[in-house]
Design a binder for this molecule. Structure first.
Ligand code: SF4
Length: 297
């Protein structure tokens, strides 16, 4: 059956053994209430709707959609505001002067144009062997992912993007500095999209401490694995505009895909990555970590 209220739509589940909201009985109760047992009076539906919107404010920017055969949560109204002081500092531009004016102009244009988006779904580890796992029927080959999901059943595959609108806008500056600013601004929009997905799934599913892995961030999990990740998530291009190229790269390029999973260890790919010069490194390389934790005994 289909239940629809403004800003939030859910449908029956593909696999009824996984409830609408596995850990939040209140939200499960809402879904159950809306589905079958309560009076069908329109005013009662409105009461439920307003009670729902008051209790779960953040979810009103998200829609649970069926993408093909896959039930996915889509966030396509993620607010984007630029901290211009931080932007100027990161560009090493003094707050006064012509260059600052140009940066502020670009930031204002970008805020108007930008529509960062993201989507994620709840998925379940179905089987494991030495170097791979099967998640919701899709195999993924990575020893590191396999070990990281050793004790894990429920995961959250996701894709986030700066959005096709900002990608198009970023082609408009016709000088190198303008293009560079646009690139930095797209990074900010992507960060905002990733943050929004993380906050949304934490509010909705309370997974505890989490980490994430991205296909292509380590040799162990090559970028070609994005094919199965996108297949697992359904029609990603139709929902948020992100598509894979023939070489399994994402477009818009300022997009990120991966799997969020419960983890007390605080896994970071950077801990296994020996790359010496990387402006995005988040944590130091630990040369012995692979042997200690991931190498097959
Ligand atoms: S060090 Fe850089 S390249 Fe290596 S995993 Fe971290 S962010 Fe990626």
């Amino acid at each position: 059956m289909l239940i629809s209220i403004p800003g939030f739509t859910t449908t029956d589940q593909r696999d009824n053994s996984h409830p609408v909201h596995p850990v939040n009985p209140v939200r499960n109760g809402l879904a159950a209430t809306l589905s079958l047992d309560e009076p069908k009076l329109p005013c009662y539906r409105f009461f439920l709707f307003f009670r729902f919107m008051h209790s779960y404010g953040p979810i009103d920017s998200a829609r649970v959609k069926r993408l093909g055969t896959v039930l996915t949560t889509v966030l396509d109204h993620i607010p984007f505001r630029i901290d211009t002081d931080a932007l100027l500092a990161s560009l090493r531009v003094a707050a006064r002067g012509e260059m600052a004016q140009e940066v502020l102009r670009l930031a204002q244009e970008a805020e108007t144009a930008a529509r960062p988006r993201g989507l994620y779904k709840i998925a379940f580890v179905e089987s494991r062997d030495a170097n791979s796992v099967v998640i919701d029927g899709w195999p993924f080959t990575s020893r590191v992912l396999r070990v990281n999901l050793d004790e894990v059943e429920r995961v959250f595959p996701f894709v986030a993007t700066c959005g096709v609108e900002l990608e198009a806008w970023s082609q408009s500056p016709n000088d190198m500095f303008g293009r560079y600013c646009a690139d930095v601004i797209k990074d900010l929009a992507l960060e905002q999209a990733v943050r929004a997905i993380g906050e949304h799934l934490v509010n909705a599913y309370r997974p505890g401490a989490t980490s994430m892995m991205h296909p292509g961030s380590l040799d162990d999990w090559p970028v070609t694995e994005q094919g199965n990740l996108f297949a697992l998530l359904g029609d990603v291009a139709g929902a948020i505009g992100v598509r894979l190229t023939e070489s399994f790269m994402m477009w818009p390029t300022k997009s990120v895909s991966g799997v969020w999973f419960p983890s007390e260890d605080g896994f970071e790919s950077c801990r296994l990555c020996p790359r010496e010069i990387c402006p995005k490194r988040r944590t130091p390389y630990e040369p012995d970590l692979y042997d200690r934790k991931y190498r097959r005994g």
